[in-house]
Design a protein around this ligand. Structure first.
Ligand SMILES: [Fe+2]
Length: 291
């Protein structure tokens, strides 16, 4: 009998630990909770009831199921925690290879300056812009907002694009993709050769400084090739729009004439927050495993 009591105590302690952890990661409405409560009840009644081996096996199986779900929750929690960058706290990600690793295609000197100096400057510029916009919100002084928004778009896009840029290169790379990506490229561009020509021309024909960018459109469900002048004009690549407001004159002039501010102030009366919340939930499902 004391063996069953020891086992009941073990299960009960385990349940307490799990509950403590769930509280820490702010899980309050998972179906997991009712499973755990059931386990807890079983543990409490264990030494009062006639337990046999089969009951114990059932409890073990239940515990294993709960454990698996907890592991999944913990994985998501850790990923989200790691990926949440506080305002003004972006950092320069390390190069995923040595400075000289891409020689002879790209020299060590270029990689060093490009990563350690240029990319670092975008990180610093983004942090500064975010902190200044936070200050503007706190003081309700938005007089320099246009400047800091431009800085956030320029440096933010610079930071995110360079982070991607380092990751899309590797020593000994080249050739062509395989599998699903190749199939999609052939479907959307005709052939890999046609894609390569289009992408190369887009890069060569960027007016001034900028990027050629292969994008996936979740709406059109197609790949597309775009150019970006500077890094943005005026967005941050690698973000998903959640709420948009058209301020072209065609959106308000017939009614508000040149009073764009009046249109903007009134516009909030027609915003569909439930719809936006759904879009936000969908967007949050996209989690990059690597920074
Ligand atoms: Fe660059």
């Amino acid at each position: 009998m004391s063996e069953v009591r020891d086992y009941a105590k073990e299960v009960s302690d385990w349940v307490d630990g799990v509950m403590e952890y769930l509280e820490k990661i702010d899980i309050t409405d998972s179906p997991l909770l009712s499973n755990i409560e059931r386990l807890s009840g079983l543990a409490k009644n264990m030494d009062e009831e006639e337990m046999d081996y089969e009951d114990m096996v059932l409890i073990e199986e239940e515990m294993a199921r709960v454990y698996e779900e907890i592991e999944e929750l913990a994985r998501e929690f850790n990923i989200q925690e790691r990926q949440s960058v506080p305002i003004g706290k972006h950092t320069l990600p390390p190069l995923p290879y040595a400075y000289e690793a891409l020689e002879p295609t790209i020299s060590r000197e270029i990689m060093y300056l490009h990563h350690d100096k240029h990319h670092q400057a975008y990180v610093d510029g983004l942090n500064k812009a975010e902190l200044m916009m936070k200050k503007a919100r706190e003081t309700n002084d938005f007089s320099l907002l246009k400047h800091w928004e431009k800085e956030a778009a320029f440096h933010g896009s610079g930071h995110y694009l360079h982070t991607l840029f380092w990751e899309v290169m590797i020593p000994g790379g080249g050739g062509q993709p395989r599998g699903d990506l190749l199939k999609q490229i052939e479907k959307d561009f005709g052939s890999f050769a046609a894609f390569k020509s289009h992408f190369s021309e887009a890069a060569k024909q960027v007016e001034g400084v900028g990027w050629a960018i292969l994008v996936w459109s979740p709406r059109a469900r197609r790949l597309e090739i775009l150019q970006s002048e500077l890094h943005m004009v005026l967005t941050q690549w690698d973000t998903i729009p959640i709420l948009v407001l058209d301020v072209w004159e065609h959106a308000y002039y017939l009614q508000y004439k040149n009073n764009r501010a009046g249109y903007v102030d009134k516009w909030w009366d027609v915003v569909n927050w439930p719809k936006i919340a759904v879009r936000f939930t969908e967007a949050k499902k996209l989690i990059w495993k690597k920074q």
